[in-house]
Ligand binder design. Structure first.
Ligand code: MG
Length: 258
């Protein structure tokens, strides 16, 4: 137990947002985050969503509380904007992220081509392009995703910096050095809040990097998290909640902060 938590890093879909429940948000969880914010705790949403998709999610689900920071696309770090913009890059991190990814697209182009060819010819998944580059893909189901990941894991053996983040049927290609954990570490560095004062919660594969204890002393997951996440959280000495989604996050926050 500890009342030492100063920074929260929470996933969005499946962690705060219960898509298959009504209501989708847990009122008690929202209230607790609001109270913690009033006590000076900083809240970041750490998500695979892009900034525009997160903004539309916050609006669509009518969030009663607002994050202080958003970490988007499993890599970028934004703070509240100063000149009327809602969010602005925090520090030079996002520029470095973009540069490293541009270099990756150049140096690993043959791996990208091989993967895209496999997906187009051997699966019914859809490759998503951003400008001219393959950004990621959407599989038809999780079984198809497993098949694609086996192929990618073999293909990336000759280019270890070529990696991916995935969550159910969604996969995003990325540089191996960037993931939710790395984005959280950068926010931790900029805010000068050490890992010993950080709480993190998530439910799926793309959350593993922030739940293994490297970047957050207090990892947690809701009851609906996949087994890999529960195992990682337990191994890191974290808290696996009895309740699902937001109610589970609330349970974990109470465990670590009261
Ligand atoms: Mg999730």
């Amino acid at each position: 137990m500890s009342n030492n938590v100063r920074l929260l890093s929470t996933d969005f879909d499946g962690t705060l947002v219960a898509h298959h429940s009504d209501p989708v948000l847990d009122a008690g969880c929202m209230k607790l985050i609001e109270e913690l914010q009033k006590q000076g705790v900083i809240w970041a949403i750490n998500t695979g969503r892009s900034m525009p998709l997160l903004e539309s999610g916050l609006a669509d689900f009518d969030f009663p509380v607002h994050p202080d920071f958003i970490l988007t696309s499993e890599r970028d770090v934004f703070r509240r904007g100063s000149n009327g913009t809602r969010w602005e890059p925090y520090g030079a991190w996002n520029t470095q992220v973009a540069r490293d990814h541009a270099e990756l697209y150049a140096s690993a182009s043959s791996v990208f081509s091989e993967v895209v060819e496999f997906v187009n010819q051997k699966t019914r998944a859809q490759v998503i392009h951003e400008q001219d580059f393959p950004e990621g893909l959407i599989a038809r189901d999780e079984e198809e995703m497993r098949r694609i990941i086996s192929f990618i894991d073999a293909a990336r053996a000759r280019h270890p910096k070529f990696h991916y983040q995935h969550n159910t049927i969604y996969l995003r290609f990325c540089h191996a050095d960037y993931h939710k954990g790395a984005a959280l570490a950068e926010l931790s560095r900029l805010l000068e809040i050490p890992r010993e004062q950080i709480f993190a919660a998530g439910d799926h594969f793309n959350d593993l990097s922030m739940l293994d204890g490297r970047y957050a002393e207090f990892p947690a997951c809701p009851a609906n998290a996949i087994d890999e996440v529960k195992g990682t959280v337990r191994d890191a000495g974290g808290y696996v909640a009895e309740s699902e989604c937001g109610a589970g996050v609330r349970e974990a926050l109470l465990y670590f902060t009261s």
